[in-house]
Design a protein around this ligand. Sequence first.
Ligand SMILES: [Zn+2]
Length: 356
Amino acid sequence: MSQGVNVSNIADKAWPNEGLEQLGHCPVCQAEQREMLFDNLFDNTFDCAPGRWTLWRCRACRSAYLDPRPTPETIKQAYESYYTHASAGQADQAQTSLIRRIRQRLLNGYSNVRYGTRLTPAYPLLGRLYGALFPRRRKACDSNFRFLPKGEPGRTLLDVGSGSGDFLALAATAGWQAMGVDFDPVAVEQARSHGFEVREGGIDAAEGMHAHFDAITMSHVIEHVHDPAHVLQTAFDLLKPGGTLFLETPNAESLGLELYGPSWRGLEAPRHLTLFTGPSMQALLERIGFAAVQPIYRREVSKSIFRISKEIAIKSGGNPPASTRLNWRERLFCYLPLLNPRRNEFITVMARKPGA
Ligand SMILES: [Zn+2]
């Protein structure tokens, strides 16, 4: 029971009243009609933010949102023991087996051809084949590079929520001139110490760089912001005509939400303020002016999101430790998005600013 007691401690501490704001409408489409999805949500992911929360589902666009929610001035309290600053270590290639080393050379070859990296050692010719023969491995590589177009020297990229700069470093290997913005001052310092230009704050910190970027990436950012439409509008403004926006966020219509309810990993109250659906994201991007809004289907994330959600469910119930292995029903659900990609765990989209 000790974990259960711990969890309720943080959840029973109230969020300060003056730190709450009422919305009364959907932050995506502004409609007021809604139904309650979950009451009494708490920070069952990182056990660090006080308060209990109500999540609503908009009857018009099916997005989900917290109301009331922490104000922009007080939201920092929800991140106090949240940030991680560890940088992913380089794998020691000398320690890996022969097959792994060959696989790595093939993957490097694919990455060099597809993304313009200059990774060595690599098999460039076989790399092309490799991508075609091993779609899952290729997709893992594509997902690391956020499905970006090929980087060429001088092409500019902005990573919103750049953390300690891991993605900036990866993008730089593909020739991108990469810059970041992030709210966490410690992460900003870390990324700067690796030589990257990073400004402290949200996307507004890139103010004045109108039509400067060839690409903007936002991985698991839009669900955290108070005014998603403003952030996407600003991204549109910062992109060059023809520029690309990559965006990924939890899906309010996911199968995981149906399976695990309040324990679903994507909820993360009160840090996740708005959860989109595929169509509500597409509609907002198109309203702003983005063209060629292209969903990317990532069925492969289901398994890990299901596992974490199951762990959260076990922990929140205060039950004795149980196996987090997926049962047959959960494993079956991992494959259902093949039939209906709208039920994926994440919404992943590429969008293009028209022109050029
Ligand atoms: Zn709505």
